[in-house]
Design a protein around this ligand. Sequence first.
Ligand code: IPE
Ligand code: IPE
Ligand code: MG
Length: 246
Amino acid sequence: MNLLQNIDETRIPRHLAIIMDGNGRWAKQQGLLRALGHESGTKSVKVIIESCATLGIEFLTLYAFSTENWNRPKLEVETLMKVLINSLKKELTTLQKNNIKLNAIGNLEKLPKSALRELLDVIDKTKNNTQMTLTLALSYGSREELVNVVRNICTKVKNNIISLDDIDDSIINEHLYTRNLPDVDLLIRTSGEHRISNFLLWQIAYAELYFTDILWPDFKEQDLYEAIISYQKRERRFGKTSEQIK
Ligand code: IPE
Ligand code: IPE
Ligand code: MG
């Protein structure tokens, strides 16, 4: 059965974020090297990006590499960077065809120069696309992001650019990497792990969380639809009572 028919088109999450986890375990299950798990994961990335754009999701944010992932073996980090460069090269046409704008968040200066160049090139070439904004979280860590926010706001207070009393939710938002993105509505994590792993801590304050045991290279359209159907069954109360929502 195609689950697409069970999706309410009027209640599509505006901002979907995904922790794409399980490439290594997928490879191990198949008796393959971890590198092939990452390679295979890019196929799911393509499928999910295209289905999100078709569904009318406005913002899709993918956790591709965390600040902590720099601590993996050097060879694996190199592989991940190569996989990133190749898929940026390969998927430019997918982005153009689907009218998708590429964006990136994280400490991008830490990326190898060749990867950064490719990334900035695709960002530039897709900057006028309007169907969906695809944000890649690369060398991203929420704590590092928040430390920078605090530093930047404190500097502005010190230099009398803003006053202490000006600091509120929106000032903090404006200093995050995600300043141009709305709050996350739905966060999906694959591979059976039930944790956030330093992803978008501020931005998921009221996100609906969805965990699945499926490993990322196996995660395809129908799995995405299942997550969205689960999201649509929930009542988002934002602190209010059920009666107030109805
Ligand atoms: C996700 O898969 C990709 C990245 C974290 C970059 P993993 O490489 O974490 O796969 P597992 O968790 O070891 O299975
Ligand atoms: C989180 O996955 C980071 C990405 C998916 C890019 P990890 O596999 O690095 O997370 P932990 O270490 O298991 O928490
Ligand atoms: Mg993992």
